[in-house]
Design a protein around this ligand. Structure first.
Ligand code: SF4
Ligand code: SF4
Length: 355
Protein backbone atom coordinates (compact mmCIF):
# COMPACT_ATOMS: atom_id res chain seq x y z
CA UNK A 1 0.00 0.00 0.00
CA UNK A 2 1.68 3.26 -1.07
CA UNK A 3 -0.71 5.83 0.43
CA UNK A 4 -2.83 6.06 3.55
CA UNK A 5 -6.59 5.72 3.52
CA UNK A 6 -8.32 9.04 3.16
CA UNK A 7 -11.91 10.06 2.61
CA UNK A 8 -11.33 11.22 -0.96
CA UNK A 9 -14.51 9.47 -1.97
CA UNK A 10 -17.75 11.38 -2.34
CA UNK A 11 -19.99 8.46 -1.45
CA UNK A 12 -22.69 9.71 0.89
CA UNK A 13 -22.59 6.46 2.86
CA UNK A 14 -19.35 7.73 4.34
CA UNK A 15 -21.25 10.23 6.41
CA UNK A 16 -22.39 7.26 8.46
CA UNK A 17 -19.65 6.01 10.85
CA UNK A 18 -20.69 2.39 10.29
CA UNK A 19 -20.22 2.58 6.53
CA UNK A 20 -17.01 4.56 6.94
CA UNK A 21 -15.62 1.78 9.15
CA UNK A 22 -16.61 -0.80 6.51
CA UNK A 23 -14.82 1.15 3.78
CA UNK A 24 -11.73 1.64 5.93
CA UNK A 25 -11.49 -2.09 6.50
CA UNK A 26 -11.99 -2.75 2.78
CA UNK A 27 -9.17 -0.31 1.98
CA UNK A 28 -6.78 -1.88 4.49
CA UNK A 29 -7.39 -5.35 3.09
CA UNK A 30 -7.88 -4.35 -0.59
CA UNK A 31 -11.39 -5.76 -0.75
CA UNK A 32 -13.26 -4.85 -3.98
CA UNK A 33 -16.23 -3.40 -2.14
CA UNK A 34 -17.50 -1.32 -5.02
CA UNK A 35 -17.86 -2.25 -8.67
CA UNK A 36 -19.19 -0.82 -11.90
CA UNK A 37 -20.57 -2.97 -14.68
CA UNK A 38 -20.58 -1.09 -17.96
CA UNK A 39 -23.09 -3.41 -19.61
CA UNK A 40 -22.99 -2.15 -23.18
CA UNK A 41 -21.68 0.61 -25.46
CA UNK A 42 -25.09 0.69 -27.20
CA UNK A 43 -27.14 3.81 -26.76
CA UNK A 44 -30.17 5.34 -28.41
CA UNK A 45 -28.56 8.78 -27.93
CA UNK A 46 -25.42 10.04 -29.61
CA UNK A 47 -24.03 12.64 -27.19
CA UNK A 48 -21.17 14.70 -28.49
CA UNK A 49 -19.02 14.36 -25.35
CA UNK A 50 -19.62 10.64 -24.73
CA UNK A 51 -16.54 8.49 -24.02
CA UNK A 52 -18.07 5.04 -24.49
CA UNK A 53 -21.00 5.02 -26.90
CA UNK A 54 -20.48 3.09 -30.14
CA UNK A 55 -22.83 2.74 -33.05
CA UNK A 56 -23.98 -0.86 -33.57
CA UNK A 57 -21.81 -1.31 -36.66
CA UNK A 58 -18.71 -0.05 -34.76
CA UNK A 59 -19.00 -2.57 -31.91
CA UNK A 60 -17.21 -5.53 -33.60
CA UNK A 61 -14.22 -3.29 -34.27
CA UNK A 62 -13.78 -2.80 -30.50
CA UNK A 63 -14.82 -6.22 -29.14
CA UNK A 64 -17.72 -8.44 -28.15
CA UNK A 65 -20.25 -7.60 -25.46
CA UNK A 66 -20.28 -9.84 -22.40
CA UNK A 67 -23.34 -12.09 -22.39
CA UNK A 68 -25.77 -12.39 -19.47
CA UNK A 69 -24.09 -15.66 -18.51
CA UNK A 70 -20.67 -13.99 -18.42
CA UNK A 71 -21.88 -10.96 -16.44
CA UNK A 72 -23.60 -13.17 -13.90
CA UNK A 73 -20.54 -15.39 -13.40
CA UNK A 74 -18.45 -12.27 -12.78
CA UNK A 75 -21.12 -10.88 -10.44
CA UNK A 76 -21.31 -14.05 -8.34
CA UNK A 77 -17.54 -14.16 -7.93
CA UNK A 78 -17.43 -10.40 -7.21
CA UNK A 79 -20.00 -10.84 -4.49
CA UNK A 80 -17.96 -13.65 -2.93
CA UNK A 81 -14.92 -11.35 -3.06
CA UNK A 82 -16.80 -8.63 -1.13
CA UNK A 83 -18.52 -6.39 -3.68
CA UNK A 84 -21.51 -4.73 -1.99
CA UNK A 85 -22.07 -1.51 -3.97
CA UNK A 86 -22.67 -2.04 -7.66
CA UNK A 87 -23.24 0.58 -10.33
CA UNK A 88 -24.85 -0.65 -13.56
CA UNK A 89 -24.13 1.68 -16.43
CA UNK A 90 -23.45 1.84 -20.17
CA UNK A 91 -23.85 3.23 -22.87
CA UNK A 92 -27.50 2.86 -22.10
CA UNK A 93 -27.52 -0.28 -19.91
CA UNK A 94 -31.20 -0.98 -20.54
CA UNK A 95 -30.30 -1.70 -24.18
CA UNK A 96 -28.11 -4.72 -23.45
CA UNK A 97 -29.89 -7.49 -25.40
CA UNK A 98 -30.17 -9.61 -22.23
CA UNK A 99 -30.82 -6.78 -19.78
CA UNK A 100 -33.86 -8.42 -18.22
CA UNK A 101 -32.00 -11.61 -17.30
CA UNK A 102 -28.99 -9.69 -16.00
CA UNK A 103 -31.07 -7.28 -13.94
CA UNK A 104 -33.30 -9.90 -12.31
CA UNK A 105 -30.33 -11.96 -11.20
CA UNK A 106 -28.23 -9.02 -10.00
CA UNK A 107 -31.16 -7.65 -8.02
CA UNK A 108 -31.60 -11.00 -6.28
CA UNK A 109 -27.92 -11.31 -5.39
CA UNK A 110 -28.32 -8.57 -2.76
CA UNK A 111 -26.05 -5.81 -4.09
CA UNK A 112 -26.84 -2.14 -3.33
CA UNK A 113 -27.42 -1.27 -6.99
CA UNK A 114 -27.32 2.16 -8.56
CA UNK A 115 -28.60 2.24 -12.13
CA UNK A 116 -27.17 4.93 -14.39
CA UNK A 117 -29.38 5.62 -17.41
CA UNK A 118 -30.57 8.35 -19.73
CA UNK A 119 -34.14 7.32 -18.66
CA UNK A 120 -35.50 7.56 -22.20
CA UNK A 121 -36.45 3.88 -22.50
CA UNK A 122 -38.08 3.45 -19.08
CA UNK A 123 -41.56 2.44 -20.09
CA UNK A 124 -43.62 -0.72 -20.69
CA UNK A 125 -41.86 -3.97 -19.76
CA UNK A 126 -38.68 -2.20 -18.66
CA UNK A 127 -40.62 -0.04 -16.21
CA UNK A 128 -42.40 -3.15 -14.88
CA UNK A 129 -39.04 -4.87 -14.40
CA UNK A 130 -37.67 -1.93 -12.39
CA UNK A 131 -40.86 -1.76 -10.34
CA UNK A 132 -40.52 -5.45 -9.53
CA UNK A 133 -36.77 -5.29 -8.82
CA UNK A 134 -36.11 -1.68 -7.80
CA UNK A 135 -32.51 -0.42 -7.55
CA UNK A 136 -31.30 1.46 -4.47
CA UNK A 137 -31.21 4.55 -6.63
CA UNK A 138 -31.08 5.77 -10.21
CA UNK A 139 -28.73 8.38 -11.63
CA UNK A 140 -30.31 9.97 -14.65
CA UNK A 141 -28.27 12.02 -17.08
CA UNK A 142 -30.09 15.25 -17.91
CA UNK A 143 -28.65 17.16 -20.85
CA UNK A 144 -31.23 19.88 -21.40
CA UNK A 145 -34.60 21.26 -20.41
CA UNK A 146 -36.29 20.81 -23.78
CA UNK A 147 -36.17 18.81 -27.02
CA UNK A 148 -34.20 21.45 -28.95
CA UNK A 149 -31.27 21.30 -26.52
CA UNK A 150 -31.34 17.49 -26.56
CA UNK A 151 -31.15 17.59 -30.32
CA UNK A 152 -28.01 19.74 -30.10
CA UNK A 153 -26.28 17.72 -27.36
CA UNK A 154 -27.53 14.15 -27.91
CA UNK A 155 -28.42 14.39 -31.60
CA UNK A 156 -31.86 12.80 -31.11
CA UNK A 157 -35.43 13.92 -31.71
CA UNK A 158 -37.84 14.17 -28.75
CA UNK A 159 -34.97 13.38 -26.34
CA UNK A 160 -36.22 15.54 -23.47
CA UNK A 161 -39.83 14.41 -23.90
CA UNK A 162 -38.75 10.78 -23.54
CA UNK A 163 -36.41 11.46 -20.58
CA UNK A 164 -39.13 13.46 -18.82
CA UNK A 165 -41.55 10.55 -19.28
CA UNK A 166 -38.97 8.08 -17.90
CA UNK A 167 -38.40 10.30 -14.88
CA UNK A 168 -42.15 10.47 -14.28
CA UNK A 169 -42.27 6.64 -14.26
CA UNK A 170 -39.40 6.45 -11.77
CA UNK A 171 -41.12 8.94 -9.46
CA UNK A 172 -44.34 6.93 -9.63
CA UNK A 173 -42.34 3.86 -8.55
CA UNK A 174 -40.85 5.85 -5.64
CA UNK A 175 -37.32 5.01 -6.77
CA UNK A 176 -34.82 7.64 -5.52
CA UNK A 177 -33.47 9.62 -8.48
CA UNK A 178 -30.48 11.91 -8.81
CA UNK A 179 -30.01 14.04 -11.92
CA UNK A 180 -26.49 14.48 -13.28
CA UNK A 181 -25.64 16.88 -16.09
CA UNK A 182 -22.56 17.44 -18.17
CA UNK A 183 -22.34 20.99 -19.42
CA UNK A 184 -20.88 21.53 -22.86
CA UNK A 185 -21.04 24.39 -25.35
CA UNK A 186 -24.37 23.13 -26.73
CA UNK A 187 -26.25 23.30 -23.38
CA UNK A 188 -24.37 25.90 -21.35
CA UNK A 189 -27.07 28.51 -21.95
CA UNK A 190 -29.69 26.09 -20.65
CA UNK A 191 -28.13 25.49 -17.21
CA UNK A 192 -30.59 27.65 -15.28
CA UNK A 193 -33.56 25.94 -16.89
CA UNK A 194 -32.12 22.51 -16.08
CA UNK A 195 -31.64 23.62 -12.48
CA UNK A 196 -35.23 24.82 -12.40
CA UNK A 197 -36.45 21.50 -13.83
CA UNK A 198 -34.64 19.67 -11.00
CA UNK A 199 -36.05 22.09 -8.40
CA UNK A 200 -39.62 21.88 -9.76
CA UNK A 201 -39.49 18.08 -9.65
CA UNK A 202 -37.80 18.03 -6.25
CA UNK A 203 -34.82 16.05 -7.52
CA UNK A 204 -31.19 16.39 -6.39
CA UNK A 205 -29.04 17.64 -9.25
CA UNK A 206 -25.29 17.70 -9.91
CA UNK A 207 -23.75 19.44 -12.89
CA UNK A 208 -20.17 19.42 -14.10
CA UNK A 209 -18.33 21.28 -16.82
CA UNK A 210 -15.38 18.93 -16.51
CA UNK A 211 -15.19 16.79 -19.65
CA UNK A 212 -12.31 14.46 -20.42
CA UNK A 213 -11.38 13.64 -23.98
CA UNK A 214 -11.88 9.95 -24.63
CA UNK A 215 -8.99 7.50 -24.77
CA UNK A 216 -11.46 4.75 -25.66
CA UNK A 217 -13.54 5.76 -28.67
CA UNK A 218 -12.24 7.50 -31.75
CA UNK A 219 -15.03 9.89 -32.65
CA UNK A 220 -15.95 11.60 -29.35
CA UNK A 221 -16.15 15.39 -29.78
CA UNK A 222 -15.34 15.95 -26.09
CA UNK A 223 -12.27 18.04 -26.83
CA UNK A 224 -14.17 20.39 -29.15
CA UNK A 225 -17.34 20.88 -27.11
CA UNK A 226 -16.05 21.18 -23.56
CA UNK A 227 -16.33 24.45 -21.72
CA UNK A 228 -13.42 24.03 -19.29
CA UNK A 229 -11.35 26.74 -20.93
CA UNK A 230 -14.10 29.25 -20.25
CA UNK A 231 -14.01 28.42 -16.54
CA UNK A 232 -10.33 29.25 -16.26
CA UNK A 233 -10.87 32.31 -14.04
CA UNK A 234 -12.75 30.39 -11.36
CA UNK A 235 -10.56 27.34 -11.73
CA UNK A 236 -7.39 29.32 -11.32
CA UNK A 237 -8.50 30.72 -8.01
CA UNK A 238 -9.65 27.32 -6.79
CA UNK A 239 -6.43 25.61 -7.88
CA UNK A 240 -4.28 28.41 -6.44
CA UNK A 241 -5.92 28.10 -3.05
CA UNK A 242 -5.78 24.31 -2.94
CA UNK A 243 -2.16 24.23 -4.12
CA UNK A 244 -1.13 26.66 -1.43
CA UNK A 245 -2.57 24.27 1.12
CA UNK A 246 -1.33 21.01 -0.40
CA UNK A 247 0.96 21.14 -3.41
CA UNK A 248 0.63 18.22 -5.81
CA UNK A 249 2.93 15.39 -4.77
CA UNK A 250 4.52 13.29 -7.53
CA UNK A 251 6.03 11.04 -4.86
CA UNK A 252 2.51 9.70 -4.44
CA UNK A 253 1.65 7.25 -7.19
CA UNK A 254 -1.15 8.19 -9.63
CA UNK A 255 -3.76 5.63 -8.59
CA UNK A 256 -3.56 6.70 -4.95
CA UNK A 257 -5.41 9.86 -5.98
CA UNK A 258 -8.28 7.79 -7.35
CA UNK A 259 -11.40 7.16 -5.26
CA UNK A 260 -11.40 3.50 -6.26
CA UNK A 261 -7.80 2.83 -5.20
CA UNK A 262 -7.82 -0.59 -3.44
CA UNK A 263 -11.62 -0.41 -3.16
CA UNK A 264 -13.30 -0.50 -6.53
CA UNK A 265 -13.12 -1.56 -10.14
CA UNK A 266 -14.78 -1.01 -13.48
CA UNK A 267 -15.65 -3.84 -15.90
CA UNK A 268 -15.99 -2.63 -19.48
CA UNK A 269 -18.69 -3.93 -21.83
CA UNK A 270 -16.12 -6.14 -23.59
CA UNK A 271 -14.78 -7.75 -20.43
CA UNK A 272 -11.73 -5.75 -19.33
CA UNK A 273 -11.23 -4.89 -15.67
CA UNK A 274 -9.83 -1.37 -15.09
CA UNK A 275 -9.76 1.17 -12.30
CA UNK A 276 -11.07 4.09 -14.34
CA UNK A 277 -13.66 4.44 -17.09
CA UNK A 278 -11.62 6.99 -19.02
CA UNK A 279 -8.47 4.88 -19.25
CA UNK A 280 -7.56 2.52 -22.04
CA UNK A 281 -5.57 0.24 -19.73
CA UNK A 282 -4.92 -2.04 -17.94
CA UNK A 283 -6.64 -4.65 -20.05
CA UNK A 284 -7.22 -7.34 -17.47
CA UNK A 285 -9.46 -9.92 -19.17
CA UNK A 286 -11.93 -10.71 -16.39
CA UNK A 287 -13.99 -12.47 -19.05
CA UNK A 288 -11.35 -15.25 -19.09
CA UNK A 289 -10.02 -14.98 -15.55
CA UNK A 290 -11.41 -15.76 -12.13
CA UNK A 291 -12.65 -12.47 -10.63
CA UNK A 292 -10.23 -12.74 -7.68
CA UNK A 293 -7.26 -13.11 -10.04
CA UNK A 294 -8.36 -10.10 -12.12
CA UNK A 295 -8.74 -8.04 -8.94
CA UNK A 296 -5.29 -9.13 -7.72
CA UNK A 297 -3.79 -7.98 -11.02
CA UNK A 298 -5.65 -4.65 -10.82
CA UNK A 299 -4.39 -3.87 -7.31
CA UNK A 300 -0.88 -4.77 -8.44
CA UNK A 301 -1.23 -2.40 -11.41
CA UNK A 302 -2.42 0.37 -9.08
CA UNK A 303 0.57 -0.10 -6.77
CA UNK A 304 3.07 -0.16 -9.64
CA UNK A 305 1.85 2.58 -12.01
CA UNK A 306 4.03 5.66 -11.59
CA UNK A 307 4.26 9.12 -13.17
CA UNK A 308 6.34 9.46 -16.36
CA UNK A 309 9.98 10.28 -15.55
CA UNK A 310 9.56 13.82 -16.98
CA UNK A 311 7.08 14.65 -14.19
CA UNK A 312 9.53 13.67 -11.46
CA UNK A 313 11.97 16.44 -12.31
CA UNK A 314 9.59 18.95 -13.91
CA UNK A 315 9.82 22.53 -12.66
CA UNK A 316 6.04 22.86 -12.32
CA UNK A 317 5.34 19.36 -10.95
CA UNK A 318 3.91 20.66 -7.67
CA UNK A 319 1.39 22.81 -9.52
CA UNK A 320 0.48 20.35 -12.27
CA UNK A 321 -2.72 18.80 -10.96
CA UNK A 322 -3.56 15.70 -12.96
CA UNK A 323 -4.43 12.04 -12.64
CA UNK A 324 -3.50 8.96 -14.63
CA UNK A 325 -6.62 9.44 -16.77
CA UNK A 326 -5.60 13.02 -17.57
CA UNK A 327 -2.41 11.70 -19.13
CA UNK A 328 -4.27 8.83 -20.83
CA UNK A 329 -6.79 11.18 -22.42
CA UNK A 330 -4.57 14.21 -23.09
CA UNK A 331 -1.29 12.48 -23.93
CA UNK A 332 -2.57 9.11 -25.19
CA UNK A 333 -1.11 7.04 -22.33
CA UNK A 334 -0.57 7.32 -18.56
CA UNK A 335 3.10 6.46 -19.20
CA UNK A 336 4.05 9.52 -21.21
CA UNK A 337 3.65 13.27 -21.49
CA UNK A 338 3.42 15.28 -24.68
CA UNK A 339 5.03 18.62 -25.39
CA UNK A 340 1.66 20.10 -26.30
CA UNK A 341 0.09 19.16 -22.95
CA UNK A 342 3.07 20.25 -20.85
CA UNK A 343 3.36 23.57 -22.68
CA UNK A 344 -0.29 24.26 -21.87
CA UNK A 345 0.30 23.46 -18.17
CA UNK A 346 3.42 25.63 -18.05
CA UNK A 347 1.69 28.54 -19.76
CA UNK A 348 -1.19 28.26 -17.28
CA UNK A 349 1.27 28.16 -14.37
CA UNK A 350 3.27 31.15 -15.59
CA UNK A 351 0.12 33.22 -16.13
CA UNK A 352 -1.02 32.37 -12.61
CA UNK A 353 2.33 33.33 -11.12
CA UNK A 354 1.98 36.74 -12.70
CA UNK A 355 -1.41 37.37 -11.09
S1 SF4 B 1 -26.84 9.03 -23.10
FE1 SF4 B 1 -24.94 8.54 -22.03
S2 SF4 B 1 -24.16 6.67 -23.00
FE2 SF4 B 1 -25.72 7.53 -24.36
S3 SF4 B 1 -24.54 8.71 -25.85
FE3 SF4 B 1 -25.23 10.09 -24.18
S4 SF4 B 1 -23.51 10.14 -22.70
FE4 SF4 B 1 -23.21 8.36 -24.08
S1 SF4 C 1 3.90 19.79 -17.03
FE1 SF4 C 1 4.15 17.78 -18.03
S2 SF4 C 1 6.11 16.96 -17.23
FE2 SF4 C 1 5.47 18.67 -15.91
S3 SF4 C 1 4.39 17.64 -14.22
FE3 SF4 C 1 2.82 18.29 -15.76
S4 SF4 C 1 2.57 16.49 -17.09
FE4 SF4 C 1 4.46 16.17 -15.92
Amino acid sequence: MSAPFEPACRRTEWLDPFYKAVWEKAFAEAIPISGTFELTPRCNFDCRMCYVHLKDEQIPEYGTELTAKEWLRIAREAKDAGTTWLCVTGGEPLLHPEFETIWKELAQMGFFITLQTNASVIRGKTAELLAQYPPKGVKVTLYGSNDEVYEKVCRVKWGFTRVDEGLRMLREMNIPVQLVSTIIRQNEDDVEKMAFYAYRNNLPWMATGSVKASARVADSEAREVRVQEKLDGQQRERIRRSLEKTPFDTERKPCTYCKDYRLGYWVTWNGEMRFCSFMNEPNIPVRDLAFSEAWRQLVQYEEELDWPKECKSCSVRRACVKCAATLATECGSPHRVTEEFCNKVKQFYNERRGE
